[in-house]
Design a protein around this ligand. Structure first.
Ligand SMILES: Nc1ncnc2c1ncn2[C@@H]1O[C@H](COP(=O)(O)OP(=O)(O)O)[C@@H](O)[C@H]1O
Ligand SMILES: [Mg+2]
Length: 272
């Protein structure tokens, strides 16, 4: 959540370009990406599939290096993944042979292992799993729990590292609508509590409006870039039922829909 003394430009992307070397030659995925994110802000990244949302998120995560331009987090150049940036992918990516507890503990140990006692590491792990409502399943393995629960453990693992920035790549994309709604509501509560800065990739317009402070809308690739940004002026905490008829909510939703389907129609549809 944004506070009064939140630092502006906490994350800064300046003139970032991304080119991939492929068998067919160079592929220009992202062109001239410029974005400044304030500390505590919740940003949704939306665009048609294949436009480069994951690529941009992976640049911020430090999993990819830009072909040109620079990315900064807390005034330091992003050169590699770091514990200040926790990442959650669509497909949980838990280690199947480890329990929920051990999956989170592994990450906790990596970040705090050198400075904290075993008891402290254990307490951190349990607290993170309790925060996402998984305190009852510490000893379960991934195959013993539902898809929604796996995503919760993935979020717990990211949160347990106390990252300043939480990077989410369609974290609820593979879930049914009800589970998804529940996890969205819980994410709002958790983020309000932790104050994390969040960048979340989604292609769900309602999810973007419900959760975020600003919606960054990307044009279609190749050479995709930020086409426009919608500011969501809705007060928090937000209630999905009340919002459904809120004029600001409806207006934001319409702006995003217009961008995606009128101004930048899906590339596959246009080609057809
Ligand atoms: N490692 C890679 N090598 C070559 N092309 C890639 C690579 N990663 C992504 N791309 C291409 O870059 C574009 C953007 O991909 P991506 O960021 O995954 O899109 P999105 O997440 O918006 O669906 C796509 O055309 C994809 O095929
Ligand atoms: Mg993607």
């Amino acid at each position: 959540m944004k506070t009064d003394n939140a630092r502006p430009d906490f994350i800064k992307v300046e003139h970032a370009e991304m080119l991939f070397d492929t068998k067919k030659g160079r592929f220009h995925a992202l062109r001239d990406i410029n974005l400044s994110i304030t500390e505590g802000e919740f940003i949704a990244l939306i665009g048609h599939s294949g436009c480069g949302k994951s690529t941009l998120l992976n640049l911020v995560a430090g999993l990819l290096k830009p072909s040109a331009g620079v990315l900064l987090c807390d005034r330091r150049e992003i050169a590699a993944p770091g514990p200040d940036r926790g990442v959650v992918f669509q497909n949980h990516s838990l280690l199947p042979w480890l329990t929920c507890f051990d999956n989170v503990h592994l990450a906790v140990e990596r970040v705090f292992g050198a400075t904290e006692t075993k008891a402290q590491l254990k307490a951190r792990t349990t607290a993170a799993l309790e925060l996402v409502g998984m305190g009852h399943a510490l000893a379960k393995r991934p195959h013993e729990i539902s898809g929604g629960m796996k995503q919760r453990v993935g979020i717990a693992r990211a949160l347990a590292m106390e990252p300043k920035v939480l990077l989410l790549d369609e974290p609820f994309g593979a879930l049914d609508a009800l589970t998804r709604a529940k996890l969205q509501d819980e994410l709002l509560v958790i983020v309000a509590r932790t104050g994390s800065t969040v960048v979340m990739v989604t292609h769900d317009v309602d999810e973007a409006v419900l959760l975020s402070d600003r919606i960054v809308m990307m044009t279609n690739g190749p050479a995709a870039t930020i086409g426009d940004i919608v500011t969501v002026p809705l007060a928090r905490p937000r209630d999905r039922v009340a919002l459904a008829e809120d004029p600001s909510y409806v207006h934001c939703r319409k702006e995003v829909l217009e961008f995606l389907y009128t101004r930048h129609g899906h590339p596959e549809k246009e080609a057809a």
